[in-house]
Design a protein around this ligand. Structure first.
Ligand code: BGC
Length: 758
């Protein structure tokens, strides 16, 4: 980075006046920044979003209300994550970057990598997963793809923004270990592996402090620990106190507000309340961002047809076949099909709010199925009307009349756009009552019943209808080419390969955040701690409808020969062989979880630590190699304020999904050599449990005892358990014989020597 002239006394950048500098650090209106061309800072254009470019040249808004320039609507993250395929997500990123660049967009506001803490979060359709590894790996691929086109990505919403209720004020009250293990790792991975140009801070507070003003997160963790060297931009309207935000590390306030807060910053500098170097640093970051995105910019014309075909290819690999009985799918090439539901002709394909894209076109499942099955006969019925305006009974009867004559009835049901959006959370997981009644009636009438679900957030798959249908395809929100992708999978043109990126629970009250969502009186307590999603269900033994990682295929796979080799003191490599044992080409996701030994903290039964998606022809085999880094075995220890590997036998588990373990291989790790300081506040248990101090203390006590006293001490071993939780300071008074002068100090000194962790 080249440096601007500085004032020798204050060290401030003197190329620009203070007022000009502060004005550069807030938006020019909604979607662009101010410029200072004379010092190499052009105006930059920022646009949503994560799965399509929402470029507004006319009247703008950040809530998805006014229209934007037509662009490809790719599958939103909820679908994308089910691909479990970073290569595919990378291609989506490149395609997004291409469109952004062609529209003159410098920074694309996405991906959103917040963890799905509750299935009720209204924005879950914009987020990847309940698992931080899956979110991080896919998010990094997304960022790399976008940035390969000379467009900056904006990873959002940093941090702990896991609900829409009271989103602009609520304090997410999260303990440090949970932040480190669940809510921060996706951001951390993306920052350290994909170097995003910008990070967007969220609206909410974290433990009482606005994200925009959270110095520890924005500066100490993001920059100093993880090495982020890009620009932090506020979410639109997330800055409550501009001076505090800038001081904490929020470089750019968006959108602009006519200069009001710029003046506040300048006044704070003049009053000596804010160091001008803070302003200069933020300006330098803006200049660096401009150089980066402009230097790498090579706009090429966009082929919208090719983008659409890519959107279809991507979507097809995101659909999850949840259930398939009685050979219901794939559909036979000829025969009679009853297509039922509003979405048959008007696909539900994206969510509401700032990510809303003005799609270049939208394929309908009906047209695409007709094109792929020219010899089949199609009947179409609306089946239900979720607005409640039409007569539900009449619509149902019409649908049933067609289903009776069909070989297969394919029902398209799910949520309406009005049911889930940015800005509010859902209140339940239920499908519309009319849809449920319709499915039950059709299933009774039809020879085969297939249900296609269209929903951004998870819906409940109640026994009452789920058990009576033959097949269920979870299509999520599949983007504008979703109609074609659904047809591809239903007909077998594409073999389904999606796997659930989130658990489908039996009922809302089973979910781990149930009692703590969405909080009250300004606070939401993350009371379930690290036990989010499958981590909870597996640890607490709670039955679910479908496990995280579940998904069926039209072929079969066998995974064998799991070998685990230790590659370092706290790293390993797992290898396994996957064979396509069926008669169709297909893709399989190899999932490796780690189950930790007893640790000083409560730990999930198992955690996803590595995965890979492989494509195999019938009969083909391949060897998959997966690296398990130190983090795969570590937990965040609050007493040591760091990642720690406990000693003990770990289990490296090759799993079909988060629940079904195919094979488990033990791996013994020595654990970290820890320096756990023993003080008078440490408990008796901690003193005696310390690998070095414990034996020395026992010896020191015994040395002062008579034979009789030693025998009495042996007899009182059980009683000692009661004293284990007593701080040593209090316990000293109960020792039969006082320790010699200075002995305690010497013993405490011994704890300065590191010992293997436990
Ligand atoms: C959303 C962001 C979005 C921004 C700009 C905000 O309301 O939370 O995700 O990028 O608006 O539209």
């Amino acid at each position: 980075m080249t440096h601007a002239p500085v004032d020798s006394a204050s060290g401030a950048d003197t190329t620009l006046s203070l007022d000009m500098k502060t004005s550069l650090l807030s938006g020019r209106g909604l979607w662009s920044t101010e410029s200072a061309e004379e010092v190499g800072i052009p105006s930059l254009t920022l646009s949503d979003g994560p799965h399509g470019v929402r470029f507004q040249s006319g009247e703008g808004d950040h809530l998805g209300i006014n229209n934007s320039t037509p662009a490809t609507c790719f599958p939103p993250a909820t679908a994308l994550a089910s691909s479990w395929d970073p290569e595919l997500v990378g291609r989506l990123g490149e395609a997004l970057g291409r469109e952004a660049r062609s529209l003159g967009v410098d920074v694309l506001l996405g991906p959103g990598v917040n963890i799905k803490r509750s299935p009720l979060c209204g924005r879950n359709f914009e987020y990847f997963s309940e698992d931080p590894l899956l979110s991080g790996v896919l998010g990094a691929a997304h960022v790399r793809g976008v940035q390969s086109q000379g467009v900056g990505a904006s990873v959002k919403h940093f941090a702990a923004n896991n609900q829409e209720t009271d989103r602009m004020r609520v304090s997410a009250d999260v303990d440090e270990r949970t932040l480190r293990e669940i809510y921060l790792p996706a951001f951390e991975r993306i920052v350290t592996e994909a170097a995003p140009a910008t990070v967007m801070c969220s609206y909410n507070k974290i433990n009482g402090v606005y994200a925009a003003e959270h110095r520890r997160l924005l500066t100490e963790v993001l920059r100093e620990e993880w090495g982020f060297d890009g620009l932090v931009v506020s979410d639109w309207g997330a800055v409550a106190d501009r001076v505090a935000a800038l001081a904490a590390g929020t470089d750019l306030e968006m959108p602009g507000n006519g200069g009001g807060t710029d003046a506040e910053v300048a006044a704070a500098v003049r009053a000596g309340a804010l160091d001008e170097s803070v302003v200069d640093t933020a300006v330098d970051r803006l200049r660096a961002l401009a150089r980066r995105v402009r230097a790498e910019a090579t706009p090429t014309p966009v082929d919208h047809e090719a983008q659409h075909q890519l959107a279809r290819e991507i979507a097809a690999d995101c659909l999850v076949l949840l259930k398939n009985e009685d050979g219901a799918l794939p559909l036979a090439p000829s025969g009679r099909l009853a297509l039922i539901g509003e979405f048959v002709t008007a696909l539900r394909y994206q969510g509401g709010g700032s990510s809303h894209v003005n799609a270049t076109r939208v394929d309908s499942p009906a047209d695409e199925l007709r094109a792929l099955l020219p010899n089949a006969r199609f009947d179409i019925a609306q089946g239900y009307d979720t607005t409640g305006q039409d007569d539900a009974v009449r619509l149902r009867e019409e649908a049933v009349a067609l289903a009776v004559q069909a070989d297969t009835a394919v029902l398209f049901v799910g949520l309406r756009e009005a049911d889930e959006s940015e800005g509010f959370d859902r209140e339940h997981l239920e499908l519309h009552r009319d849809q449920v009644e319709l499915i039950r009636a059709v299933a009774q009438a039809a020879r085969h019943t297939v249900v296609v679900l269209l929903n951004g957030g998870v819906v409940r798959l109640a026994d009452s209808w789920y058990d009576v249908v033959d097949a269920v395809l979870e299509a999520w929100l599949p983007g504008q080419a979703g109609g074609g992708a659904i047809a591809d999978v239903l007909t077998g043109r594409v073999n389904p390969s999606g796997r659930l990126a989130e658990t489908i629970p039996h009922r809302l009250s089973d979910t781990p955040s149930f009692l703590n969502f969405p909080g009250e009186q300004g606070h939401v307590r993350y009371g379930e701690g690290v036990m989010v999603g499958y981590r909870y269900y597996e640890t607490a033994n709670v039955a679910v409808r479908h496990h995280f990682g579940h998904g069926l295929s039209y072929t079969t796979f066998e995974t064998s020969d799991l070998q685990v080799t230790q590659t370092g003191p706290d790293t390993a490599q797992a290898t396994a062989t996957v064979t396509n044992t069926g008669d169709r080409a297909g893709k399989h996701v190899v999932q490796v979880y780690v189950s930790a030994p007893k640790r000083p903290v409560s730990s999930p039964a198992r955690e996803l630590r590595a995965f890979a998606k492989v494509a195999l022809d019938p009969g083909e085999s391949t060897k998959v190699i997966l690296d398990l880094d130190r983090r795969a075995f570590a937990y965040w220890d609050i007493t040591l304020d760091g990642w720690t590997v406990a000693a003990g036998p770990y289990q490296v588990q090759l799993c079909e999904n988060a629940h079904d373990v195919l094979v488990s291989v033990p791996l013994d790790l020595a654990g970290d050599r820890l320096t756990k300081l023993i003080t008078l506040e440490s408990t008796v248990g901690e003193w005696f449990g310390h690998p070095v101090v414990g034996p020395a203390l026992t010896e020191a006590i015994r040395a002062g005892l008579t034979e009789e006293q030693a025998a009495a001490a042996d007899d009182s071993a059980d009683a000692m358990r009661m004293a284990e939780s007593m701080p040593m300071r209090q316990f000293l008074g109960f020792l039969p014989v006082p320790l010699p002068e200075g002995a305690l100090e010497q013993l405490m000194e011994l704890s300065h020597t590191p010992s293997p962790g436990s």
